[in-house]
Design a protein around this ligand. Structure first.
Ligand code: HEM
Length: 459
């Protein structure tokens, strides 16, 4: 059957050029291997050079794929959401998140899309900046202060998870956060594992962990309902209150299970992505002392303008222009997500080639981020690319674009900037492993988690 499926695709007329590799496995192994060797862009650029700079066909995860490239490809996919294409996730993700918004373009997801901006838009997030700063300070006190050496990636994960626990469900007790972090890490590891659901496999453990966290969330949700009814909880204290109190156009409220799923989806969407971005900010600042100095200057000016004990606020964030340009340049060179999947809703023609209904499509950050036509001297770290109007539309896409653009973009911006403020204020640092390899599996990551040597400014 698989061989038949494989051949039947090959016989369709005027498909994009490309190879589909072995039956079923297709080119998945090559796709993953170039990432594990630290160069996910190689898979894309080799094929763009060999077949077409606009679109090529391949076969990944048992599915026929058209990979669209360059600004035109990004523009096409981002502006045809729910017209020609819709979101698609591999079936392994579906099993771990049975009804999560990350998995489908179904009604649930659309509802959620309408709901999220209420909590995640910049105006709504402003009031949480002080809380982010407070958690960051506690995080540095418990994980960094008085240490000579730390490993950045696990700490970045601890920071983003602590923030999410506080801002999504008002959990801030470190012990409670740690209790949730264990199953959560099992879950995060399982999403990217081979989807074999047998006792003991990472995938199987991830499904169990996701059920466990959901149950835990349901207990919290039940209690919150009671607290809100008795005015013991604030309607604006976190995303959970927001979800419980917001109805859709028909006056319907989400049930507890739905809310648990949505929160789980947000936790997953924001966890490894933002932690990877933070880890790479630390890495580049270690490698580029002149960039560190500029970030330090900007952040110290803000720090000096504050009264003792005063937390960061929205005005301070607006002053962090250079720091954000640095973070953007980091995400250009080391985008936390390599790209995104879509599915063709109907047969259509793209760049003169037929894309059959049901085919999967893939857009990739690297086809523009490392393209000299979009970013001259693409290997050079240069935050000034983001000054003025910044890069041309559809070239810089770490958060995707169009209707499915990352809803957590502004939240991520704040947590990254609050982290940068706190880390440069306290330390300068250098890498303990100067040649530490980068692997992309599927997030980019220094192979040993980025161990660094710290020098405290006041020590
Ligand atoms: C630096 C950090 C982050 C990066 C680079 C990032 C990147 C992305 C990208 C590229 C997509 C779209 C994928 C596509 O086109 O199919 C996406 C979707 C999503 N992101 Fe983020 N993200 C980040 C942080 C966050 C955070 C902090 C949250 C939650 C607060 C979040 C929640 C989500 C969700 C729920 C989706 C799915 C939206 C949908 O399918 O409609 N992300 N993210």
């Amino acid at each position: 059957f698989l061989t038949y499926r494989h051949k039947s695709h090959a016989s369709t007329k005027n498909l994009p050029p490309g190879t589909t590799g072995l039956p079923f496995i297709g080119e998945s192994i090559e796709f993953l291997r170039t990432g594990q060797r630290g160069h996910p862009e190689k898979f894309i650029y080799d094929r763009m050079a060999k077949f077409s700079s606009q679109v090529f066909k391949t076969s990944l995860l048992g599915e026929p794929f058209a990979v669209v490239c360059g600004t035109a490809g990004n523009k096409f996919l981002f502006s045809n959401e729910n017209k020609l294409v819709t979101a698609w996730w591999p079936s392994s993700v579906d099993k771990i998140f049975p009804s999560s918004l990350q998995t489908s373009a179904k009604e649930e997801s659309k509802k959620m899309r309408k709901l999220l901006p209420g909590f995640l838009k910049p105006e709504a997030l402003q009031r949480y900046i002080g809380i982010m700063d407070m958690i960051a300070q506690r995080h540095f006190a418990s994980g960094w202060d008085n240490k000579d050496e730390v490993t950045v990636f696990p700490l970045a994960k601890r920071y983003t998870f602590w923030l999410a626990c506080r801002l999504f469900v008002s959990i801030e007790d470190p012990e409670h956060v740690a209790k949730l972090a264990d199953p959560f890490n099992v879950l995060a590891a399982g999403i990217i594992s081979v989807p074999i659901d047998l006792p003991g496999t990472p995938f199987n453990r991830a499904i169990k962990a996701s059920n466990l966290i959901r149950k835990e969330l349901q207990v919290i949700i039940k209690q919150r309902k009671i607290d809100l009814a008795e005015n013991k909880a604030s309607p604006t204290q976190d995303i959970l209150s927001h979800m419980l109190l917001t109805s859709d156009e028909d006056g319907q409220y989400m049930n507890e299970m739905d809310i648990a799923d949505k929160i789980l989806g947000l936790l997953v969407g924001g966890h490894d992505t933002a932690s990877a971005a933070i880890t790479f900010v630390v890495k580049y600042l270690a490698e580029l002392p002149e960039i560190y100095d500029e970030v330090f200057k900007e952040q110290m000016e803000i720090a000096k303008s504050k009264a003792p004990g005063e937390m960061l606020n929205w005005e301070d964030i607006q002053k962090m222009r250079y720091s954000w340009n640095v973070a953007c340049e980091v995400m250009r060179l080391a985008p936390p997500l390599q790209g995104g999947f879509r599915e063709a809703l109907n047969d259509f023609i793209y760049a003169g080639f037929s894309i059959p209904k049901g085919w999967k499509l893939y857009w990739s950050t690297s086809s523009t981020h490392r393209n000299p036509e979009c970013f001259p001297k693409p290997e050079k770290f240069d935050p000034s690319r983001f000054e003025g109007n910044g890069p041309a539309p559809y070239t810089f896409v770490p958060f995707g674009g169009g209707p499915r653009m990352c809803p957590g973009k502004e939240y991520a911006r704040l947590e990254i900037l609050v982290f940068m403020h706190n880390v440069v204020k306290r330390f300068k640092w250098e890498k303990l492993l100067p040649d530490e390899k980068i692997i992309v599996d599927p997030m980019p990551m220094p192979a040993k988690g980025l161990p660094i040597h710290l020098h405290a400014h006041n020590g």
